[in-house]
Design a protein around this ligand. Structure first.
Ligand SMILES: CC(C)(COP(=O)(O)OP(=O)(O)OC[C@H]1O[C@@H](n2cnc3c(N)ncnc32)[C@H](O)[C@@H]1OP(=O)(O)O)[C@@H](O)C(=O)NCCC(=O)NCCS
Length: 237
């Protein structure tokens, strides 16, 4: 089935805003495509200008100023890009409007990543990932859903100039389709802020674990309206 026909709200919203759904053959200056290696460095530049400074936990710890590089976060992003499941929305002239950095994870890989984190010198990065691993430790998704491997959206980022037009929702629809095509049954996201949580809820994700921000150190606590870090899961059908 066409992804947009699953969610009429999305297609009417994108039409109304002048942005056309990439799944329809409507006149459009934006399309969603797979991210090939020759665009990896452009994606990193996009993330430096948008995600590194704006994502709620990054913002709370003041990880980066807008446009600044961040070695550990770039390594994490590149490792995800290399897995080959990431998608980007681009204009006709190739400008990156938004990205969904998607990856897959096996139980043994999560454990290795957690021990690598202990070697990271960057204390702010370590604090963020300790929290992310903490919410993931609350529930064993592999045994709960009887699966060896999960699909996860690790980074959802829309350029400041393209926000509020349904683009993140379009990238999420596209990512769910990408996961399904690749044969995955369980799609997860560590949703750090109310907007990504809203997007996940709109697509039927359920919260399976959470850490209220009132319980975390104030140096890493995103301000309201963000209330909790949520581990959200959608079973793909
Ligand atoms: C969060 C982010 C990806 C949203 O992108 P976007 O393209 O503007 O989102 P959409 O237009 O698809 O909106 C999705 C939903 O979130 C809500 N939303 C998004 N940004 C909002 C804002 N600033 N204020 C209020 N609501 C907002 C929308 O109302 C919409 O819900 P609805 O369809 O029920 O009305 C974008 O703001 C961003 O890149 N932020 C920085 C990085 C980040 O925080 N990423 C998410 C964590 S991984």
């Amino acid at each position: 089935m066409h992804p947009c026909s699953l969610d009429p709200r999305l297609s009417s919203k994108t039409r109304a805003s002048g942005y056309s759904c990439p799944f329809h053959n409507m006149a459009s200056d934006l399309k969603v495509v797979s991210i090939q290696e020759d665009r990896f460095s452009d994606v990193i530049v996009h993330l430096r200008k948008n995600f590194f400074s704006d994502e709620p936990l990054n913002k709370a710890v003041k990880l980066c100023k807008r446009g600044e590089p961040h070695a550990a976060l770039e390594r994490h992003s590149l490792a995800t890009l290399q897995q080959g499941f990431s998608r980007m929305a681009v204009t006709d002239s190739g400008v990156i409007a938004g990205v969904a950095l998607n990856g897959t994870v096996k139980k043994s890989e999560r454990e290795k990543a957690e021990s690598r984190l202990l070697e990271t010198a960057d204390e702010k990065f370590k604090a963020i990932f300790t929290l992310l691993y903490g919410v993931n430790e609350k529930v064993d998704l592999f045994s709960t859903y009887n699966t060896e491997e999960l699909f996860e959206c690790r980074i959802l980022s829309v350029d400041e100039n393209f926000r509020g037009r349904g683009l993140a929702s379009t990238l999420m629809t596209d990512s769910m389709e990408t996961a399904k095509q690749a044969g995955f049954k369980v799609f997860k996201a560590d949703a750090t802020g109310v907007y990504s949580q809203k997007i996940c809820e709109n697509f039927g994700f359920k919260t399976v674990a959470e850490i209220p921000y009132s319980e975390v150190d104030e140096n890493i606590r995103p301000p309201p309206p963000h209330e909790a870090l949520k581990l959200m899961v959608k079973i793909l059908e």
